[in-house]
Design a protein around this ligand. Sequence first.
Ligand code: GDP
Ligand code: MG
Length: 193
Amino acid sequence: MKVNQVELLISAVRPDQYPKALLPEFALAGRSNVGKSSFINRMLQRKAMARISSKPGKTQTLNFYEVEKKLIFVDVPGYGYAKISKSERAKWGVMMETYMTDRAPLRAVIQIVDMRHKPSNDDVTMYEFLKHHGIRVIVIATKADKIPKGRWQKSIKEIKETLGFDPDDNIVMFSSETGLGKDQAWKIIEKFM
Ligand SMILES: Nc1nc2c(ncn2[C@@H]2O[C@H](COP(=O)(O)OP(=O)(O)O)[C@@H](O)[C@H]2O)c(=O)[nH]1
Ligand SMILES: [Mg+2]
């Protein structure tokens, strides 16, 4: 998709704040600092549309970015950030679960994992949660630029094995740094719109 127009519709925490104009939505998921906002920026070819925080755990809202008046990317706060309080973590859980399980326009969750490492327990829990709720998942294995090309296939295999990957889902090797995987990711997203 050629992207000319992007607009941050709203930063929401509750369903009554979600956008009323219904377009196909694609929500991000992944641990804090894995590269969710960078993924959005690369897909939109914008430097800083979605905020890339130097401080992990900062985005505590669901940010709805409308693209070409055709679809919406929803940037979300990441998981696995140690330095948040128990009550904040609980609030995060309710906000995410409410959105993910009860949002009709949600077409797929784009789960971002780090290609350099085996998926964490939190990554596995998130994937299983999404599958349990029958939510379509697009796995993006990002930061490919940070490991040698010779390790790419091995890394993808390890990610699939660790997640218990459903062969009906899609997985894309990606780099927000180089743009690797961008066209493939767009193709999948457009198919699900
Ligand atoms: N080399 C490289 N760095 C990345 C990539 N994606 C994200 N980063 C860096 O990882 C850090 C966290 O990225 P961010 O998008 O804010 O993560 P978020 O918390 O998941 O939204 C930033 O310093 C990014 O520049 C990538 O594909 N390659
Ligand atoms: Mg972010």
